[in-house]
Every structure is written in structure tokens, then in C-alpha cells.
Design a protein around this ligand. Structure first.
Ligand code: NDP
Length: 312
């Protein structure tokens, strides 16, 4: 092996990336982990993690991610802070960090996670950072004692609505279907919270306000004979309508599904399209999207990378 070429680079600092690093470091591959734009990954945008095994009283995301990071560090993972801007897959793979530093590696684990989706309304862009947010736990504090709306009917939307209900005067939950998709326990909590008003079968048409969000125009039962337009007065508008995978860097190089989630072989975390490239966590998981699943796939990716590196 060329001495300038590293054994293994891991991109991403969520549960998948850190778990891959723990396993790869303990196997003596001296992995380098590039932390990316959001240290700790998406989990850092939640309030408390109650469903990660091993924390019977729940754990703050910062604490959990710090624990994982220190565990990876203990076995010799080297951390690089920065964002990967370009990748060339080959022998070796080349990774550019912040366009300037180039790293070469024999194996690569992609654990770049996923990012929040927006509705795509022009007014959403106008008010981004001025009342529009995709992270209640990051920005909820600014809306204390105010009225806000959350869009979405899944677990994230319900969790964010409850979080905001603790801070705000009132929370509208705007749901496009006549039912919630969230788990039953989350639905019960939302439906029994007197501060949350669920607006079923509503879609957002536009946001309004002078320089910041002050309201939203909604349509009820769009296209039906009883279609109606509503206006709600709000100070904040929170998106919780799902995520898209952070895989743009690999477009055209690795096989993905139509939403861009990386495809892996049926019996391993190996990506399809280049040898020695593995994927773990939400960037290849449109289905479960849980921290524990991401951690499990990070472990599998590290074991698969270990096997691959031994063949070189
Ligand atoms: P989901 O994909 O589960 O839900 C997305 C929601 O947004 C759906 O209600 C969907 O509506 C709605 N939506 C999507 N696009 C639009 C649109 N253009 N306009 C209006 N509404 C829209 O995403 P989540 O982020 O909620 O959850 C992802 C995964 O993470 C799930 O598996 C979930 O269980 C899990 N999770 C678990 C948590 C926990 O256990 N503590 C916390 C948070 C998430 P529709 O139903 O009509 O498609």
C-alpha cells in the first residue's frame, strides 16, 4: 500500500459515522473521520433521546454524541473538522475537504445522513431565518409565548409540536391528510395537548408578513367541493415533512434510488458502483431513520470495510 494513502476515511459525525469509527479504530485501521457541517448529525436537533438502548432515563443528544465521539477517539480515530466538497472514487479514493486539503484512502464509509425538506414555496425562501425554520429545538426559544405552526404529520412533526407547545402560547399542526402518520403514543400526546390545534387536510399556500413571518394562507380540502381558504396569524413556521439524503457528492458515481438514497448490496453495506466504498446511516436508509439503526449499520460498514481492506 502507498504510505500516503490512508486505510479508511469516514465522512459524517452522526451515530453511523462514530460507530463505524469505533469499530474500525479497534480493528487498528487508524480511521480518519471528517465531521461535516453539523457535528453530531441530525440527532443534535432533537431535545432528548429516549429510545437509544442503554439510557434508561433518556439522554441529551449532545451528551450522547460526545460519548460516541470520545469512544471513537479512545481507540485512535483522527477527527478532521470541515466539509467535504469533492470526491473522486478510484484506487485510491480522493476526498477534498473545504476545496483545499486532499485525502487519499483505500476504503471510504459514507455516513453523511439526511437533511430537512422544505415545501418549495417562494415565500419560504423569503422568510428563511425570519420565521421559517426546520428545527424546533434549534429555534423554538425565539418563539416563547408566541404562536407558531408546524407542518407535517409524522413523528418529527408531533415531537416538534410538543416541544414548541412547552414554549409557545399556541401551536398549529398543519397536516395534509385526514390523519397523522406518527406512532400512536406521539399522536395521543399531540391530540391531548390543549395548546396544539391540529388542522387536518390543510396545505400551506403562502407565508405572509412585513419582513418576517406574521401569518400563513392555508387551503382546506384542496380541489374538493368544500375547499376553503384560511388565514392563520403566526410568528413562526416550522417544517417537519421529512428529509432528503445528503448524497449529492456521489451523484453519478454510486447507485441510488430515485430519492437519492445510496443503494447497498443485499448482504453488506458496500455501495454499488465503486469498490471499497460503504454506506451507513440515513444516507442509505429511507425506511427506519433511527439512531440505533444508523449505529448498527455503521458497525456493519466498518466490518465490511475491514474485510475489504484485508483483501488488498
Ligand atoms: P415522515 O416521512 O414519517 O413524515 C413526514 C410527514 O410530512 C408526513 O405526515 C407527510 O405527509 C408530511 N409531508 C411530506 N411532504 C409534505 C408536503 N409537501 N406538504 C405537507 N406535508 C408533507 O418523516 P418524519 O421526519 O416525521 O419521520 C422520519 C422517521 O423518523 C420515521 O420513521 C419516524 O418514525 C422516525 N422518527 C422517530 C422519532 C421517535 O421515535 N422519537 C422522532 C422523529 C422521527 P403524508 O403522511 O401525507 O405523506
Amino acid at each position: 500500500m502507498n504510505n500516503n494513502v490512508h486505510n479508511l476515511i469516514i465522512i459524517g459525525s452522526g451515530p453511523a459515522g462514530y460507530t463505524a469509527a469505533i469499530y474500525a479504530a479497534r480493528a487498528n485501521w487508524n480511521p480518519i473521520l471528517i465531521e461535516g457541517p453539523q457535528l453530531g448529525g441530525q440527532l443534535m436537533t432533537t431535545t432528548e433521546v429516549e429510545n437509544f438502548p442503554g439510557y434508561p432515563d433518556g439522554v441529551e443528544p449532545f451528551q450522547m454524541m460526545d460519548d460516541l465521539r470520545r469512544q471513537a477517539e479512545r481507540f485512535g480515530t483522527v477527527f478532521v473538522s470541515g466539509v467535504v466538497t469533492k470526491v473522486e472514487l478510484g484506487k485510491p479514493h480522493k476526498i477534498w475537504v473545504e476545496d483545499t486539503d486532499v485525502y487519499e484512502t483505500n476504503a471510504l464509509i459514507i455516513a453523511t445522513g439526511a437533511s430537512a425538506k422544505y415545501l418549495g414555496l417562494p415565500s419560504e425562501t423569503t422568510y428563511r431565518g425570519r420565521g421559517v425554520s426546520a428545527c424546533a429545538t434549534c429555534d423554538g426559544f425565539f418563539y416563547r409565548k408566541k404562536t407558531v405552526a408546524v407542518v407535517g404529520g409524522g413523528d418529527t412533526a408531533c415531537e416538534e409540536a410538543q416541544y414548541l407547545a412547552n414554549l409557545c402560547e399556541k401551536v398549529y399542526l398543519i397536516v395534509r391528510k385526514p390523519f397523522l402518520r406518527a406512532s400512536q403514543i406521539m399522536q395521543d400526546r399531540v391530540l391531548n395537548n390543549p395548546k396544539i390545534e391540529v388542522l387536518f387536510e390543510h396545505n400551506t399556500v403562502r407565508l405572509t408578513g412585513e419582513g418576517k413571518v406574521q401569518g400563513a394562507d392555508l387551503v382546506y380540502r384542496k380541489g374538493e367541493p368544500d375547499e376553503q381558504l384560511h388565514h392563520i396569524a403566526i410568528d413562526g413556521f416550522f417544517l417537519a415533512i421529512g428529509h432528503h439524503p445528503n448524497t449529492q457528492l456521489f451523484r453519478g458515481m454510486l447507485e441510488t434510488d430515485e430519492e437519492g438514497y445510496l443503494k447497498t448490496l443485499a448482504d453488506s453495506q458496500a455501495c454499488i458502483g465503486a469498490a471499497g466504498v460503504f454506506a451507513a446511516g440515513d444516507c442509505c436508509d429511507p425506511r427506519y431513520r433511527q439512531a440505533i439503526v444508523a449505529a448498527g449499520s455503521g458497525c456493519k460498514a466498518a466490518l465490511d470495510a475491514d474485510k475489504y481492506l484485508k483483501t488488498l
